[in-house]
Design a protein around this ligand. Sequence first.
Ligand SMILES: NC(=O)c1ccc[n+]([C@@H]2O[C@H](COP(=O)([O-])OP(=O)(O)OC[C@H]3O[C@@H](n4cnc5c(N)ncnc54)[C@H](O)[C@@H]3O)[C@@H](O)[C@H]2O)c1
Length: 454
Amino acid sequence: MMEMSEEELNDNIQSENIRVCVIGIGRIGLPTALSFANSGFNTIGMDINEDLVEKINNGIFPLKDEPGYDVMFDKVRKEKKFKATSKIGDVVSNSDVILLSLPTPMNSSNQPNYSALKSVGKQLHDYLASGTLVIIESTIEPGFVENILIPIIEGDGKKLKAGKDFAIGVCPETANPGQILNDFEKLPRLVGAIDDKTKEMITKIYRHVFTVDLIPMPNCKTANAVKLTTNVFRDLNIAFVNELAILFEKLGIDVMTVLEAAKTKYNFQIHYPGPGVGGPCLPVNSYQYLNTAKEHGLSLKLVETAREINESMPLHVVKLLSDAFEEQKKPINDSTVLLLGVSYKPDVKDIQISPAEKIVEKLRELNVNIRIYDPYFVSENIFGIDTESNLIDALLNSDGVILVTPHKEFHDIEPKFLKSKLRNPIFIDTRCVLNQQEAINAGLIYRGLGRGKL
Ligand SMILES: NC(=O)c1ccc[n+]([C@@H]2O[C@H](COP(=O)([O-])OP(=O)(O)OC[C@H]3O[C@@H](n4cnc5c(N)ncnc54)[C@H](O)[C@@H]3O)[C@@H](O)[C@H]2O)c1
């Protein structure tokens, strides 16, 4: 790639004569690889998960909750534009462009974990062909590419030098699970690289694949800082409304009424309260910024406090439940409580860092028997609990419900229906899904997060 003149690059893109390898074909990498294949480039997805690779090569599409990609998967496989492998050595040296969509989670003490990127970086050192373009899509701290990944790929620097033997840049991924195709068609992407020529190459290739605006950034670290900033902004604002929600419960003010009215002001951006902030992005991204600050001898007090608030929300939810049991004069100990939804956000099958797990932990401490009904996790074992397959049966045997995830299946749930089925009519609404007055009129013992008692 690096040796190509601008004209040669344009010709190769037009004739789709560029071999692409996406390393890490999970939630983000697989749709990315399919989009590259769909644009005409021969694309290989590489992943250490051999079961996943086998499924994909046998025509089984693993992301059932990503609309549009099932059809694209069948199309690009039929056209022989896409396949998967678990052998990195077979593909890296035969690829012109390598995309890294590897996980960047955190460990149990909230330290960012870049082991997948570091390990693949070492393998790139071994296998990379001269002139290859490497693009990192994973979410990383500003400076990670410059200070950690490039030195790993270069090794001792005798064999490979960034900018001379390989080109490297970033195009941070910003799509939302459950609507990745939609976001790939609408959300602008940021492009940062070690030099202008690489930035231009990445921009041209991505323009062939995606229809969105590609925003040039001065370097990799600035592009990665933008990505973190947009997500940490959300973590902070959710913490703000969570704090207000707890205050409004005391004041008898409905948080949703306040927020819906507040959003009529042009410069208010609405964020909603809830049982906590989960998923592979927001909490991790806040800790990534905290880690960067710490390494530079600084602290980000606002981010730290926001994390504390959002991480305390599961406990608050359990307090609402205990309060409802007290009103009923029934012991919470040995009761059976049904969680509606365990995904960290609605309409996706994903429990990474879900607040539901913390709620389960707290309920176990209170000796509560826990049931789970989630349309995305029917008859599975989640957090050590066998999930329910039938909502009515689950309600019939429960003394209370906590609605954790507002999947669309729960939006039209009727208070009267709940009252008629529940053994004991306690309902904790962490997402303000029910109409509070209707819930009370139906005879539910209702507690809404951010809603005072009526
Ligand atoms: N999921 C999201 O909502 C989202 C959104 C935007 C950005 N991101 C970022 O995108 C990146 C990927 O996230 P994801 O949600 O797709 O993760 P994921 O866990 O769904 O997929 C990662 C894949 O990488 C594979 N893998 C792990 N180590 C490997 C290795 N050494 N070699 C080859 N393959 C390996 C895993 O088997 C897995 O299939 C992360 O940095 C994440 O922060 C995620």
